[in-house]
Ligand binder design. Structure first.
Ligand code: ATP
Ligand code: MG
Length: 216
């Protein structure tokens, strides 16, 4: 049985990163008892990029958000990659770095988990990592049949299971969900209202300085 500390990461567009992401990552770190959780912003194809912000700016905001917290890190591999931003490629690249025996955990919110069947070659994910699903306000676990079967088949009984094998488990974890979304943050800014306290101050300052999301 391998019992080394898992590599835990959370992907997302982080457009922008907010306290819902950061608090979730920190609680997962505590719960899994790992040294750190890594945030990996995804690259959005340029033609699909929201006009308010570039991929490099999203990465910069994630870097600012984790700068003062040793338990959280940022990884630029997706943004810097010239390949399409597929989670599968990220998982393969992490797996290659970590080696076959190390536990790799991908954290995602329930909303993201429920859309998994639409992701590129998602059936392969559990050959490469464990999936930790966190509850999120407004999203109940009501999967379609295929997802429900997959979740049941791969269900881990405890966090310990995620440490005892490199991949293959799904674990749904209830933690303190904060009802914050990047959509809400963007809407506030566009309307000329303050998003302060929903995201770290350095990120809010960066948004104002660079006039992102229509900030005037
Ligand atoms: P948007 O509103 O633009 O979709 P978002 O707030 O959902 O943004 P994403 O970058 O889409 O942020 O999310 C990245 C990951 O973080 C996803 O797995 C998502 O489920 C999770 N997540 C986002 N907000 C929260 C939150 N408040 N609590 C827990 N998980 C969250
Ligand atoms: Mg989202």
């Amino acid at each position: 049985m391998t019992l080394s500390s898992p590599f835990v990461f959370m992907g997302g567009t982080f457009d922008p990163v907010h306290n819902g992401h950061l608090r979730t990552a920190l609680e997962i770190r505590q719960w899994l008892d790992v040294p750190e959780v890594c945030l990996i912003p995804s690259k959005v194809p340029v033609h699909r990029e929201a006009p308010g912000c570039t991929s490099e700016q999203r990465l910069e905001m994630v870097r600012l958000a984790v700068a003062g917290e040793p338990a959280l890190t940022a990884d630029a591999r997706e943004i810097l990659s010239d390949q399409p931003s597929y989670s599968l490629l990220t998982l393969e690249s992490l797996r290659e770095e970590l080696g076959p025996g190390k536990s790799l955990c991908m954290v995602m919110g329930m909303d993201a988990y429920l859309t998994l069947p639409g992701w590129h070659r998602w059936e392969r994910f559990l050959d490469l990592c464990h999936i930790v699903v966190v509850a999120r306000p407004g999203y109940d676990y009501r999967p379609e049949e295929h997802m429900r079967r997959l979740t049941d088949q791969h269900a881990a009984r405890s966090a310990q299971a995620l440490k005892s094998s490199p991949c293959g488990y799904v674990l749904i974890h209830e933690l303190t969900p904060l009802g914050i979304s990047a959509t809400q943050v963007r809407q506030l800014i566009t309307r000329g209202e303050s998003p302060r306290y929903l995201l770290p101050d350095p990120v809010w300052e960066y948004i104002q300085t660079n006039k992102l999301y229509g900030f005037q």
